[in-house]
Design a protein around this ligand. Structure first.
Ligand code: PHE
Length: 372
């Protein structure tokens, strides 16, 4: 009996992963619940897929990557607390996250003070990486994104008069408004009405009624999907027919579930298109679908890429020493991600093209690509 038990425990042990203490711990802060839940869930799914694939192929420097994700519930205050917990209790070698710029802006000083590198997959507000030399992002920034949508409004839609609705406590929304406006007004456009709202608001009728009086050619709404969907619905109920324009914050399956037909003929800029025929994108979509039974949105692709960039840097740093790892991330050059080639500049930002998507027949349809 004793020998059988010994044999069994031996067999059991041999099926356990190799020494878990030897794993490289990577922390991630994501909004898995709350008002931005689809952002966090998607980026976490993308990151997990990348971790799984890397580990299946033997890990990094012979060690497995272990992803520890903390849910910040889409609540102010939580991203900083989550980052602190990951750094002090879990002793992660790097932080991934957040998607939302306001949340990344909370995490960044924590990572910077601890001397641990942080990579945001998707935060586009310029202030995020300005927080310090340990803070990186693998996406484009909003001075570019704002210009992309302003040019599209002027050149493609021939819109001369726009109204703007801004989520006033959201750094991303405030920044994108500012960058759009700057380019639009400098190139002959006029902003005929500006209104502000807050995340969680449900009734936009009075501001939309005021906007209707100005008869704008288009309405720029650089916010997140939950409010944008309601704004679109209420705009149509009030007879406002002008197209709504937005940025990457629109990207969520929930936008169409809630906004439905009200969003037909509206446009937004984004990081990638699911319709892109490039094999790297189509192969990624296939693997993601096989695991999650759904099509990956931009955050999923960016979450995936953020892990790949980190793993590549750990390899080049030949370990996880913070200073060496930070230098290796900073030296990322021409890394072939799903969302394009990733080269980090002196400000620790990536320069990448944007796509413009049109909402047509209840889906996000590729319209054009804009080079930086
Ligand atoms: N760019 C947005 C921000 O900075 C976040 C986002 C990225 C949302 C990608 C959707 C898709 O807040």
């Amino acid at each position: 009996m004793k020998s059988i038990a010994a044999l069994l425990s031996c067999l059991f042990l041999s099926t356990l992963p190799l020494l878990a203490e030897d794993d490289i711990k990577v922390g991630q802060v994501a909004s898995l619940t709350g008002g931005r839940a689809t952002f966090g869930v998607a980026s976490d799914e993308g990151s997990k897929l990348a971790i799984e694939e890397i580990n299946a192929a033997g890990g990094v420097l012979g060690r497995k990557l272990q992803l520890i994700t903390v849910d910040d519930q889409s609540k102010p205050g939580e991203p900083a607390a989550a980052a602190k917990k990951l750094l002090s209790s879990d002793k992660v070698v790097a932080l991934l996250g957040e998607v939302a710029s306001s949340a990344s802006l909370e995490m960044a000083p924590v990572a910077q003070a601890a001397g641990i590198p942080m990579i945001s997959p998707a935060s586009t507000n310029p202030k995020v990486t300005a927080a310090g030399d340990k803070i990186f992002r693998i996406c484009f920034i909003d001075p570019f994104q704002g210009t992309v949508m302003s040019k599209f409004a002027l050149d493609t839609l021939k819109a001369k008069r726009v109204a703007i609705l801004t989520d006033s406590k959201n750094d991303y929304s405030v920044g994108l408004t500012q960058f759009f406006k700057k380019h639009f007004t400098a190139n002959g456009g006029e902003v005929v009405a500006e209104r502000q709202y807050g995340a969680g608001d449900k009734d936009f009728r009075s501001m939309l009624t005021a906007i209707r009086k100005e008869k704008p050619d288009a309405i720029f709404v650089p916010g997140y999907y939950s409010e944008v969907a309601l704004i679109a619905k209420q705009a149509r109920q009030l007879g406002l027919k002008a197209p709504l324009l937005g940025g990457d914050g629109w990207d969520s399956p929930a936008l169409l579930e809630v906004g439905g037909k009200s969003l037909e003929g509206c446009f937004f800029s984004n990081h990638y298109s699911q319709e892109d025929a490039a094999p790297v994108i189509q192969d990624f979509i296939k693997r993601y679908k096989a695991k999650y039974n759904k099509v990956p949105d931009a955050m999923a692709a960016l979450g995936y890429d953020s892990v790949l960039v980190l793993a590549d840097a750990i390899k080049r740093a030949a370990g996880t020493d913070s200073a060496k790892l930070t230098a290796a991330i900073a030296a990322t050059k021409g890394f072939a991600g799903v969302t394009g080639a990733i080269t980090l500049d002196a400000e620790r930002n990536a320069t990448k093209s944007a796509v413009i998507l049109e909402i047509k027949d209840g889906a996000f349809k590729y319209k054009s690509t804009v080079q930086p």
